[in-house]
Design a protein around this ligand. Structure first.
Ligand SMILES: C[C@@](CO)(OP(=O)(O)O)[C@H](O)COP(=O)(O)OP(=O)(O)OC[C@H]1O[C@@H](n2ccc(N)nc2=O)[C@H](O)[C@@H]1O
Ligand SMILES: Nc1ncnc2c1ncn2[C@@H]1O[C@H](COP(=O)(O)OP(=O)(O)O)[C@@H](O)[C@H]1O
Length: 294
């Protein structure tokens, strides 16, 4: 049995800088990964199959369109072609992240499946080769394969790792609405931004907060227009003690707050959870060099 962690992806800042001729939008985004996520186990079997467990399993009823299984099928076809002796695997996904929530659930799972099967099948493919296969399934899969602080451009394929980017104590809040990524991009209606400022050499919380404060997430306003409860999630974070910055991740609806330390983050998460019992609320840490579950 091989296990991989599918860490939640958090877009700390996101500028939409243009649009390609195929309709996909060009981004400039600063991303980090949390120690909250889905868990992925794989074991050898003659065929490929998927079992989904965990608190959000019921939101993913259709296994055939699950990005993790699709990624596994693509990897098997690319590595073994029509070989009748091609290996299979049982993929066991524990779905702990809310679905369609701006924290890369499907992409994180597909990346974890590729990493796990690369090991199980002894393929030894480099990350770049897995990333180019993954990109054809989801724009966020390459960044989720890296799983550490990075800057991504293009639609997510042009990645630069951010060495020295600080560990952050965050609260993640999902107010229980699923937001369609395509709808949110569509609502931008061609309003584009300049690229984000240079992010090299950001060390320490204060430097990160100053840099992030001068940036934004261009998808936040259209997402709030589609689902106003996202504005309530941001307000709830901003009202907690010691919240240094609150913003939405990706195309929403999950929002994050940044805190000075883990204790403040835990206290904020407890107070939001107590006030909003239907919301998904977690205090998490992001890792400077990739995140592992706590
Ligand atoms: C916005 C971001 C930021 O990291 O995150 P999420 O909100 O998904 O977490 C991503 O770019 C999302 O990437 P991903 O979730 O893989 O998107 P995909 O499934 O490839 O695309 C779903 C749909 O969104 C639109 N889309 C997506 C990505 C992009 N750069 N431009 C787009 O216009 C397209 O209409 C596409 O058909
Ligand atoms: N393993 C998966 N986890 C989550 N969503 C998935 C998965 N496979 C396919 N999907 C589909 O992908 C869509 C986007 O979900 P997700 O990747 O969680 O969004 P986001 O990247 O915004 O968090 C959902 O509508 C969901 O049905």
């Amino acid at each position: 049995m091989i296990s991989e962690f599918a860490a939640a992806k958090i877009n700390l800042a996101l500028a939409v800088t243009g649009r390609r001729s195929d309709g996909y939008h060009l981004l400039d985004t600063l991303v980090t990964f949390a120690d909250a996520g889905d868990r992925f186990d794989v074991r050898s079997a003659p065929d490929l199959s998927l079992e989904v467990t965990g608190p959000f399993a019921a939101d993913l009823q259709d296994d055939a369109s699950n990005l993790a299984l699709l990624a596994a099928e693509r990897l098997r076809a690319a590595a073994f072609g029509e070989d009748v002796a091609a290996p299979g695997a049982v993929l066991i996904l524990e779905k702990a992240l809310p679905v369609a929530s701006g924290i890369g659930g499907g992409s994180a799972d597909a990346a974890a499946a590729l990493r796990a099967l690369n090991r199980l099948w002894g393929l030894d493919w480099p990350l770049e080769r897995l990333a180019s296969l993954g990109l054809r399934l989801g724009a966020d899969i390459p960044m989720c394969l890296h799983g550490r602080p990075l800057r991504a451009r293009g639609i997510g394929e042009d990645i630069g790792l951010l060495k020295g980017f600080p560990r952050l104590d965050l609260v993640l809040v999902n107010p229980g609405v699923a937001v369609s990524t395509a709808t949110v991009f569509g609502a931008l209606a061609g309003r584009f931004s300049p690229p984000l400022p240079v992010a090299a050499g950001l060390r320490g919380l204060d430097a990160a907060i100053t840099w992030l404060g001068a940036a934004s997430n261009d998808l936040q306003a259209p997402a709030i227009a589609a689902a106003p409860v996202i504005g309530e999630a941001l307000a709830a974070l901003r009202q907690t003690d010691d919240c240094r910055l609150a913003r939405m991740s990706g195309s929403g609806a999950t929002c994050f707050g940044i805190y000075a330390d883990a204790e403040s983050a835990r206290a904020a998460a407890a107070s939001i959870s107590a006030a909003r019992q239907g919301w998904w609320v977690r205090s998490v840490a992001t890792g400077p060099s990739g995140s592992q579950p706590t």
